[in-house]
Design a protein around this ligand. Structure first.
Ligand SMILES: [Zn+2]
Length: 105
């Protein structure tokens, strides 16, 4: 569970648990994301995602909801909120330093 920024916080609507179950059933319990070759992701869907983000005026209608696996949901969320992606980039950064003994020969 990853909460992005405090400014993106919103309370889930009433009846969300029921909506979530309905979407999981509708999408067959499988992630609905497709790869560039058209293949559908084969991972089990665990996260109900807003196609148009809630913060951008996306609705709670079934047409705006899709089932994603944790991985695809994380991919989508990090491309939506730039800060999460920037944070991930920082964590993989490894400083490269020449060992002092190898500087002068
Ligand atoms: Zn997936």
């Amino acid at each position: 569970m990853a909460w992005e920024g405090s400014n993106r916080r919103h309370t889930l609507p009433k009846g969300w648990a029921r909506t979530r179950r309905r979407i999981i059933r509708r999408d067959g319990g499988q992630c609905t994301a497709t790869y560039s070759d058209g293949r559908r992701c084969e991972l089990p869907g665990t996260d109900v995602d807003h196609v148009v983000p809630y913060s951008l005026g996306g609705s709670e209608d079934d047409q705006n909801l899709q089932l994603l696996c944790t991985w695809h949901h994380a991919q989508k969320s990090s491309s939506e909120g730039g800060t999460a992606a920037a944070h991930a980039r920082v964590s993989v950064h490894r400083p490269k330093r020449v060992h002092p003994a190898l500087e002068d020969e």
